[in-house]
Design a binder for this molecule. Structure first.
Ligand SMILES: C[S@@+](CC[C@H](N)C(=O)[O-])C[C@H]1O[C@@H](n2cnc3c(N)ncnc32)[C@H](O)[C@@H]1O
Length: 306
């Protein structure tokens, strides 16, 4: 079964997304680089370097939320961050929280108004609110099913709320509403440079003067897919700090490998396992190898409003 059929099968588990599942496509192209290296480029749904009205990535997350609402392994949906000089516990989900901690980069959250764009299932949002006590924290995601899970699982937390909205469309908030916008491992999914520029524009609009965008994501060194430059080339945000955390992310993947593979073996049907190993960036997957070979860099950055 091809990857494309596999994704459709996962998404189609969700009765009400059956129709859109047909739009979900995984494409793999073999690219021969100038140094004769061969690279396989995978795109899920959207076309590289183009903004299209294509919701297939969001439908993928919708399908996961519907098919696997309670899996503890999917409460965070990032690759994690591991310290290189410390033992790390795979069971506690410590690596996922540490990625949020790194992205926050010591900035003050207490008593601030925070917007998290692409909050996923809200585990990072819940952790931030409990640890740092912001004045308000809104988690936004384009997947209505993940937002439903956020509300179901975290509605008891004071000052935390969730909204369905698309990161590359106008945000449903007035100008200068937030002190900090947080974005963890999501811009690669927005549909290319134009969508990320639109996201950056909206971030700058809703930030107060001296506000921060605290961000991390994978970036292809050939600038396909996503890039820090797309956040800054509109001239509204500037990079205050930028750190290559690829090694820490790879270490987190190594640490989570055993439990991740166990989860996939236990829960995912046999014919979907390869796709899941790739999706989760497990050692041996294409994305893991691209990170290891530094064709893709995992950056975290602090950006300020100009
Ligand atoms: C890799 S997950 C990261 C989730 C969360 N930040 C975490 O660390 O657990 C990416 C998230 O981006 C969301 N997403 C994808 N495209 C989006 C868009 N255009 N607008 C808003 N959210 C989007 C997905 O629904 C998904 O929840």
């Amino acid at each position: 079964m091809s990857s494309s059929e596999t994704i459709k099968e996962i998404v189609s588990k969700c009765e009400d997304t059956k129709e859109t599942a047909n739009k979900c496509e995984v494409k793999q192209e073999t690219v021969i680089k100038s140094d004769d290296k061969v690279e396989i480029v995978t795109t899920i749904g959207d076309k590289k370097n183009e903004v299209e009205e294509d919701n297939s990535v969001v439908e993928w997350y919708n399908g996961l939320a519907k098919a696997y609402p309670d899996s503890k392994e999917l409460q965070f949906m990032n690759y994690g961050y591991a310290h290189l000089d410390q033992d790390q516990d795979a069971e506690t989900g410590q690596c996922y929280v540490q990625l949020y901690e790194q992205v926050i980069a010591g900035k003050t959250i207490k008593d601030k108004d925070i917007l998290e764009v692409s909050c996923g299932r809200g585990a990072g949002a819940a952790w931030c609110v409990e640890k740092y006590s912001p004045q308000s924290y809104i988690g936004l995601d384009a997947s209505s099913n993940v937002i439903e899970l956020c509300k179901r699982n975290h509605s008891n937390i004071k000052n935390l709320s969730f909204v369905v909205s698309n990161a590359s469309k106008p945000f449903p908030f007035p100008d200068q509403s937030f002190d900090i916008v947080l974005s963890v491992e999501a811009t690669h999914a927005y549909g290319g440079p134009k969508a990320v520029r639109q996201f950056a524009h909206e971030v700058a609009r809703v930030l107060r003067p001296n506000g921060y965008l605290l961000w991390c994501d994978t970036c292809h060194i050939d600038q396909t897919g996503s890039s820090i430059e797309y956040l800054t080339d509109g001239g509204e945000l500037i990079v205050e700090e930028k750190v290559n955390i690829t090694k820490n992310v790879l270490r987190a993947r190594d640490i989570m490998n055993k439990s991740g593979v166990e989860f996939i073996d236990r829960v995912i049907p046999m014919n979907q396992r390869k796709l899941w190993l790739d999706f989760a960036g497990m050692p041996g997957s294409l994305i893991y190898e691209n990170l290891r070979e530094e064709r893709i860099i995992y950056w975290r950055a602090v950006l300020t409003k100009k």
